[in-house]
Design a protein around this ligand. Sequence first.
Ligand code: PDD
Length: 278
Amino acid sequence: RTVYLNGEWLPEADAKVSVFDRGFLFADAIYEVTAVIDGKLIAYPGHAARLRRSLDALGIPMPVGDDELLALHKEIARRNTIQEGLIYLQISRGAQDRDFVFPQDLAPTLVMFTQAKRVLDNPKWKTGLSLQTVPEGRWAQRQIKTVQLLYSSLMKTEAARKGYDDVLFVEDGYITEASSANFHIITTDGTLVTRDLSNALLHGITRGSILDLAQRAGLKAEERSFTVDETRSAAEAFITSASSFVMPVVSLDGHKIGDGTVGPTSRRLLEIYIEDQL
Ligand code: PDD
């Protein structure tokens, strides 16, 4: 693969970041993941806008302009002949001798790479996922897309070893989101319920698109917190993310959601999402 590092296109083996980079020592970095289908960037404006919000929240300067950022996304897909897959972008505050206090003039580290992946042909769309609930254990600023992913990674790995596909974080009895996706239910009266935006969860770009599309399709939607019990008695559930689009969830902690198969509303939302993006 050809990767991008601070203005250079390099073979991946030659791309080197300092051991003093604050992304490495302090997880002082933010990231974005954008899907590519047929060479086309999916929901790019939303990802670019959130990237800027994450940087602003941490006071990291944006190292490239808007036009250059878009050009870099197109160029990395082209150089790696990515027809279908993901583009990963990370910006850290930069490198300095290890110190909790950082100066204001560090030069950020910008890294980009691609992952070729059949995003349009996900076998799990047919079967749906089984999730396990775990206590929310991440920091309290989850609206910022930082690379502090250790808790999510530990929990998802442990759950995967037990045969689950992912975890669902629960805080004060209410679901926040999955390890790397937003979580939604369809109630038995056909309403889409998704948690309202706050610092408790990432403001997913796919979540926003799905809310728009659902409303346009005449589906009733509510943005509010909901519990594990409400999820257990929902008709359907699904997660959304840049890499899985609309992914049905068919069981929670071993209990079926609805009849335990992929529901019609989740399937329909996936179809209209793909149609709308292509
Ligand atoms: N994750 N919530 C969390 C915690 C996430 O990490 C993500 C995305 C989402 C969904 O956001 P979006 O629809 O904008 O992708 C929600 C990416 C895909 C990842 O970490 O790979």
